[in-house]
Design a protein around this ligand. Structure first.
Ligand code: AMP
Length: 222
C-alpha cells in the first residue's frame, strides 16, 4: 500500500504516519524528519536546507525530491506512507514519474482537513524527540516520562519552527504552494478527505475501515 498524507502543519500527519507504520508495517518517509537529520548532521544538504526551514519556507524542490526518492528506493516493508512530501506540484510530478518507472503507483492520498483552532492547539503542544524524531503532544500523545522519548529514551524538545510567527508563515506557504495539490490528486481520482480534527486513535480506526473497503488491507487486518 502506498499512501500520501496531505494537510496543513498541525493536521496530525506525523502522528498518524507513525501509528500506520507501527501497526501496519508501512515504511514512514517524512521529508521534514529527513531534513532535520541532515541539519543536525551538518551535511551539505542540511547546511543548504536550514535557512529555509528556520524561516518557515519550503526547501528548494530539487534538494527535497532527490532526498525523498533515494529513500523511496530503499526497503519498503508492507508499503510506504509519505508524510510532508510532495508539497509542490513540481515534487508531485517528479514523484509520479519515479513511481511510474517502478510500476508502483500511489493508492491513496489522504487529505487531513483540519480546523484552524485545532492546528494552533496541536502545534503549541507539540514535542519531538531530538534523536529519533518521534512525535508527542502534551495532552493528545504524552510520553510516559516527561521530556523523554518512549521509543529511544532521547530528549524531547519543541521545534524551532513551531514559534507563532514561523507557524503563520508555514500556514501561508501551505495555502499557496501545497493546497493546489488537492486538485492535482482529485483529478487523478486518488484523493480521499478525512477529518483531521479526530484524535490519532479515532482517525486510525476510520482509516482501517477505509483501507479494507478499498481492499488495500485484508478483511481481518488493522
Ligand atoms: P515538516 O516537519 O513536514 O513540518 O517540515 C518542516 C520544514 O521542512 C518545512 O517547513 C520546510 O521548510 C521543510 N520541508 C519538509 N518537507 C518539505 C518538502 N516536501 N518540500 C520543501 N520543504 C520541505
Amino acid at each position: 500500500m502506498r499512501l500520501i498524507l496531505l494537510g496543513p502543519p498541525g493536521a496530525g500527519k506525523g502522528s498518524q504516519a507513525q501509528v500506520l507504520s507501527e501497526r501496519l508495517g508501512l515504511t514512514h518517509i517524512a521529508s521534514g524528519d529527513l531534513l532535520r537529520h541532515a541539519v543536525r548532521a551538518k551535511s551539505p544538504l542540511g547546511l543548504q536546507a536550514e535557512q529555509y526551514m528556520s524561516r518557515g519556507e519550503l526547501v528548494p524542490d530539487r534538494l527535497v525530491t532527490q532526498m525523498v526518492l533515494e529513500h523511496l528506493a530503499g526497503p519498503r516493508g508492507a508499503g510506504v506512507v509519505l508524510d510532508g512530501f510532495p508539497r509542490t506540484q513540481a515534487q508531485a510530478v517528479e514523484l509520479d514519474h519515479a513511481l511510474d518507472r517502478a510500476r508502483a503507483p500511489i493508492d491513496l492520498v489522504l487529505y487531513l482537513r483540519t480546523s484552524h483552532e485545532m492546528i494552533v492547539r496541536r502545534l503549541a503542544g507539540r514535542w519531538i524527540c531530538r534523536s529519533c524524531d518521534a512525535n508527542y503532544h502534551t495532552t493528545n500523545l504524552p510520553p510516559k516520562r516527561a521530556g523523554i522519548c518512549d521509543r529511544c529514551g532521547g530528549p524531547l524538545e519543541q521545534r524551532e519552527d513551531d514559534r507563532p510567527d514561523t507557524i503563520r508563515q508555514r500556514l501561508r506557504v501551505y495555502e499557496t504552494q501545497t493546497a493546489p495539490l488537492l486538485t492535482y490528486y482529485r483529478d487523478r481520482g486518488v484523493l480521499h478527505e478525512v477529518n483531521g480534527d479526530l484524535s490519532v486513535e479515532a482517525l486510525f480506526r476510520e482509516l482501517g475501515q477505509l483501507f479494507r473497503h478499498k481492499r488495500l488491507l485484508p478483511e481481518a487486518a488493522g
